[in-house]
Write a protein that binds this ligand. Structure first.
Ligand SMILES: Cc1cc2nc3c(=O)[nH]c(=O)nc-3n(C[C@H](O)[C@H](O)[C@H](O)COP(=O)(O)O)c2cc1C
Length: 385
């Protein structure tokens, strides 16, 4: 691996997605249930980059489903609005993309073709869809056509394929390029792998060599140094970071510094982490009100405290917090001087799971060029990936 200033010189300094210029080639991965307006703001307060919202279903937008619309929320400081759309039907996707541009001032739309959740792949959506090359092209073209008048770039995010015998990423890259997509992001795993094993960065390099549009590399970036290594190894135009920033929004500071040629490893002590937790909860409450905001905050507690010396009772109480007042009281019980647990650096966080059989619609693998969505689109979906 090349090191030192000569390697740093070759790093991308910004990311260009059509007309959209992102000051640092770093993207917060869309994560359902995580990358809401509060979390995007928290991450943005530390770094620079593109912060994508949770996956939103196109049918939910078109039918103005209340649950879907409640997810389509932007922070008042969010100057670049980036939305991930899910769908299997070009008509819904096109209409939803138009609504996002015309009524919600969205600046970037990403399309989800990587979700491994059985509820989604069973209907031919998410990571199952790229197998149908014609349908994939129809969906991408519908989105690009709808957003073109607004100058809003469309990107797609996908996996290597359904499993090792049914790889789709190289075809998907060509189809994305031919459809007018501004970039393609590749998570270097198959749907069957879910989050298990190691992301295949060689596949990212192969895709870079295969297409002319920017490729964003995704999978297993736990530290800023991993991001540089991925870009150096693959030639990717930028990185997409998901689980590595769970409970670590400051990773975006390290990433921005790394792409600017500096080496920064932020190691907050427990007092600083507690302040970050308070800020996160406060932003959730700002967007969702105290009851729902505190409830949403609970899932982040174990990620923030990972590796710190905090007793089980206190962890449990924090994970049941129901008000900001109670949170303040509990955070006050933490030892503010406890140093960051450096043994956690570079280690996986969040979902890992194990390989699984991919649930597909009947006969799905028999035809690679289908055009019909097999089932009605889901109205709302609480899970992504
Ligand atoms: C909790 C969770 C929710 C996710 N939701 C989505 C999603 O809605 N859309 C999507 O494209 N990927 C989703 N992903 C996948 C991530 O965007 C990313 O591709 C994956 O975690 C690999 O990157 P990482 O190793 O940096 O985490 C999700 C991942 C997690 C852990």
């Amino acid at each position: 691996m090349p090191t030192g200033p000569s390697a740093v010189r070759h790093l991308p300094q910004e990311l260009r997605l059509g007309n959209l210029r992102v000051g640092t080639p770093v993207v917060l991965a869309p994560m359902a249930g995580i990358t809401d307006a509060a979390y995007r703001r928290l991450c943005r307060e530390h770094g620079a980059g593109l912060y994508v919202c949770e996956m939103i279903t196109s049918r939910g937008i078109v039918e103005r489903d209340a649950m879907t619309m409640s997810m389509l929320v932007f922070d008042e400081t969010e100057d670049v609005r980036s939305v991930q759309l899910y769908g299997t039907d070009p008509v819904y996707i096109g209409k939803a993309a138009e609504i996002l541009c015309a009524e919600h001032g969205v600046d970037h739309i990403d399309l989800n073709f990587g979700c491994p959740v059985p509820k989604v792949t069973r209907k031919g959506g998410g990571g199952a869809l790229p197998w149908k090359r014609t349908l994939l092209g129809d969906i991408l073209e519908a989105a690009v056509r709808a957003t073109e008048p607004y100058g809003v770039p469309v990107t797609m995010k996908t996996r290597k394929g359904i499993d090792d015998e049914h790889l789709t990423y190289l075809d998907a890259g060509r189809i994305a390029q031919d459809s007018g997509c501004a970039a393609i992001a590749l998570h270097g795993r198959t749907v069957a792998q879910a989050y298990s094993g190691q992301a295949d960065w060689d596949a990212i390099g192969e895709l870079v060599a295969h297409v002319d549009i920017p490729v964003l590399g995704n999978g297993d970036i736990w530290e800023a140094s991993d991001a540089l290594r991925m870009v150096e190894q693959t030639g990717a135009a930028g990185v997409v970071v998901g689980r590595g920033c769970l409970g670590r929004p400051w990773l975006f500071r390290d990433l921005a510094a790394a792409f600017a040629g500096e080496s920064v490893a932020t190691l907050p002590n427990l007092g600083e982490v507690a302040a970050m937790m308070r800020r996160h909860a406060e932003l959730l409450v700002h967007h969702m009100g105290e009851v729902r905001g505190c409830k949403e905050f609970r899932k982040h507690v174990s990620w923030y405290l990972k590796g710190f010396p905090v007793g089980g009772d206190l962890r449990r109480d924090l994970a049941l917090v129901e008000s900001l007042g109670r949170l303040d009281g509990l955070l006050g019980l933490l030892d503010p001087e406890a140093p960051f647990p450096v043994s956690e650096l570079g280690t996986p966080r969040g979902r890992q799971g194990s390989p699984r059989r991919v649930v597909l619609p009947e006969g799905w693998l028999e035809d690679r060029d289908g055009t019909d969505p097999v089932a009605a689109e889901d109205l709302a979906s609480g899970s992504g990936g």
